[in-house]
Design a protein. Sequence first.
Length: 107
Amino acid sequence: MNTERLAQLLDFLREEPNDPFTLYAIATEYAQDDPQQARQYYEKLLKEHPDYVATYYHAAKLYQSAGETSSAEATYQRGITIAQEQQDHLALRELKNAYNEFLFEEE
């Protein structure tokens, strides 16, 4: 985790507490070193900014690594639906690939 970058992102968040990109960037900073903190930010995004498609891949991976397979699967599926609705082909491809790998690992 880059503490300087995190501090700057937290400053941005204080200025604009509802900015989805800032929330996403903070969650991503926390993801490797503090997954519980990352989870709080990802779940805030999923709840308050459900159309922010980038969240779904990372949140599902976090659930998957925590052994929460039903939450991971539901998050992948919802992200795929959102990406399809937004016609975001790159996000759709990434989510489908990750979901297929998840299904393969769960067999």
